[in-house]
Ligand binder design. Sequence first.
Ligand SMILES: Nc1ncnc2c1ncn2[C@@H]1O[C@H](COP(=O)(O)OP(=O)(O)O)[C@@H](O)[C@H]1O
Ligand SMILES: Cc1ncc(COP(=O)(O)O)c(N)n1
Length: 268
Amino acid sequence: MKKALTIAGSDSGGGAGIQADLKTFQELEVFGMSAITAVTAQNTLGVQGIYPMTPQAVENQIQSIGHDMGTDAVKLGMLFNADIIRVAAEQIKHFHWKNVILDPVMIAKGGASLLQQEAVTALRQDLFPLTTVLTPNIPEAEILTGMTIRTSDDKKEAAKRLLDTGVKQVVIKGGHDEDPHKSTDLFYDGSHFRLIQTPRISTKNTHGTGCTFSAAITAEIAKGMPAYSAVVKAKDFIQAAIENSLDIGAGHGPTNHWAYKKKQEQYS
Ligand SMILES: Nc1ncnc2c1ncn2[C@@H]1O[C@H](COP(=O)(O)OP(=O)(O)O)[C@@H](O)[C@H]1O
Ligand SMILES: Cc1ncc(COP(=O)(O)O)c(N)n1
């Protein structure tokens, strides 16, 4: 039995953040644990409030897990400010955790900021050198590299720049690209570029896609799968979750975390 820890924000709406991560870990049969960085009052319409935890509270949660239970992989999501980022980095080093998946969450779908602007530098300096797989969406990759990303060549250039910061592997997610037919993610490990492409699903229910995708990568890496294979499986997981997304709430509804498992059961 493998374990995964998510260090991220709580989404009261249940579709993104800690809630999406734990649901995904459970579906992929990995024991999920959490350290909460901030509580958000959130639903499918947007973010109504953000209540960050103190850095000490985050440190204490991580230590509780590190001193007793341990983990096979760590996922980082909404970290909100530079002090929380520093604490997370220190604890990952302290416990010598090696499988680190960083989803550099910055802005919620409705536009609310989930990371203070000055924290971007801390992310690069403190966490990138510890990161096994970085999973930015296109707007996040643009902020992290300072370049505009439109074409497939732009994605490759951005991936190269991100690897220069110490990250071992990167997936630039294609949810925000302009192709109306496909959603294409680019994986880069420093030697090969690989495209992972699926038909784009026409739906407004995409709340939590990024969280769910990176949580699935984390679960598979926790089970010992190599990074690229984990990304391919996570892409299948999120595709099923979006295809069967849930019409809950009046805005961007959540994805369906049990759809992948249900599909597997149907075919077996
Ligand atoms: N409409 C869609 N159809 C198919 N796949 C999608 C769609 N939107 C996002 N994805 C996939 O979901 C994952 C998360 O991507 P993205 O939405 O860009 O992340 P974020 O939630 O961080 O903005 C990626 O694997 C991406 O290809
Ligand atoms: C607490 C929290 N963390 C992350 C996201 C990003 O969600 P998405 O996966 O849709 O980009 C969110 N809306 N809320």
